[in-house]
Design a protein around this ligand. Structure first.
Ligand code: NAD
Ligand code: WQD
Length: 346
């Protein structure tokens, strides 16, 4: 029996594959590499010393997906595959809705047909829109401002309807806060295409000298130092939460939603300071206008995941910065160099 991981070559997927394999699960990965590189999965094999099946195709392809269910014994699915850039989703809504929602419908249809009714889905804290207070609880009102966020909200609704219609389904909707960091080996991590949109990859490329300076989006928010506050969560902690969630859905029916964060917020300036300390590099920055759509503060109340999944984040921002930096130094061009690199920081 195997766990099917869609989007397993991606940033969070590859780290989750490592934790699943280390926990003794057999896995099967599907990815079309539209935002990843097959090398990440070679490195997952290298880190764990384990082999697994990989299928390269688009999840929108019903026949190919059906073939995977016909020829393998699948007990549950972790569904990461999706497009995730907020700005791009505003410019290309049809592409986002089609890729994220239609592919999820195809997946659920095939799962239903083959009686595989255990699913863990990658949702996002973006579904809380502008929270009326922090920390954010799972039952806070949901709203969003962009097609990416709507795709997550709509998929959540679809999953709630599926669960209502058939009690045999066991579904976990995981709302990630701000995933950062990399595997401690320095072998897998995040490598955004082009200029990064998110804070951590941007900081790390400034530290590496690939970008000149960081633009800090606003210093007039009602926060301790005026810059935006977020709940940064180490990607390995997040990956471990998926192992707990998949075990939970295998033994429970119904649908549950969990915040995955540390419960603690850090400002942009605090992140810069910590990164400078752990990397020994100066991060030049400039305060600029607020970025449209940003909220002042966003951090989780993660107690539901603690009580029901037995999960708590264990890594702090120093670990997150140190591991990001090791990955950056060892892989200045992401996975573009083909051979395996050494696991020590140069
Ligand atoms: P990622 O882009 O690194 O990984 C997604 C993977 O899915 C990629 O390998 C991509 O090639 C694959 N993929 C996309 N569409 C596909 C399709 N139609 N068929 C087959 N493969 C496809 O992103 P990530 O950061 O690992 O995020 C994983 C999931 O978590 C996404 O659904 C994302 O929306 C969600 N999420 C991410 C964050 C974040 O900040 N990284 C936060 C909240 C939620
Ligand atoms: C963090 C803080 C910025 C870049 C996004 C998505 C969200 C989720 C996680 C998928 C904010 C500030 C950033 C920069 C800056 N992804 N910043 N200069 O916006 O909290 O969340 O990723 O689901 O949906 O919206 O993350 O890393 O972009 O920003 O000052 O160059 O850093 O203003 O305060 P965000 P982020």
């Amino acid at each position: 029996m195997a766990i099917l991981v869609t989007g397993g070559a991606g940033y969070i997927g590859s780290h989750t594959c490592v934790e699943l394999l280390n926990s003794g699960f057999e896995i099967i990965v599907i990815d079309n590499y539209c935002n990843s590189n097959p090398e990440s999965l070679e490195r997952v094999k290298h880190i764990t010393g384990k082999e697994f099946k990989i299928y390269e195709f688009d999840l929108l392809n019903y026949e190919e997906l059906e073939n995977v269910f016909l020829t393998n014994d699948i007990e549950a699915v972790i569904h990461f595959a999706g497009l995730k850039a907020v700005g791009e989703s505003v410019k290309k809504p049809l592409m986002y809705y089609h890729n994220n929602i239609t592919a999820t419908l195809v997946l659920c249809k095939v799962m239903d047909k083959y009686g595989v009714k255990k699913l863990v889905f990658s949702s996002s804290a973006t579904v809380y829109g502008v929270p009326h207070q922090v920390p954010i609880l799972e039952d806070f009102p949901l709203s969003t401002t962009n097609p990416y966020g709507y795709s997550k909200l709509m998929i959540e609704e679809i999953m709630r309807d599926i669960s209502k219609s058939d009690a045999k389904w066991g579904i976990a909707l995981l709302r990630y806060f701000n995933p950062i960091g990399a595997h401690q080996s320095g072998l897998i991590g995040e490598h955004p295409n082009g200029i990064p949109n998110n804070l951590m990859p941007y900081i790390s490329q400034v530290a590496a000298g690939k970008l000149e300076q960081l633009m800090v989006f606003g210093n007039d928010y009602p926060t301790s130092d005026g810059t935006g506050v977020r709940d940064y969560i180490h990607v390995v902690d997040l990956a471990i939460a998926h192992v707990k969630a998949v075990k939970h859905v295998m033994y429970n029916q119904g649908i549950d939603t969990y915040n995955l964060g540390t419960g603690r917020g850090y400002s942009v300036l605090e992140m810069i300071k910590t990164f400078e300390k752990t990397s020994g590099k100066k991060i030049p920055y400039k305060i600029v206008e607020r970025r449209e759509g940003d909220v002042a503060m966003c951090y989780a109340d993660p107690l539901k995941a603690k009580h029901e999944l037995g999960w708590v984040a264990s890594k702090g921002i120093e670990d997150m910065c140190e591991d990001t930096w090791r990955w950056q130094v060892n892989n200045p061009n992401g996975y573009e160099q083909v051979t395996l690199v050494s696991s020590t920081t140069k």
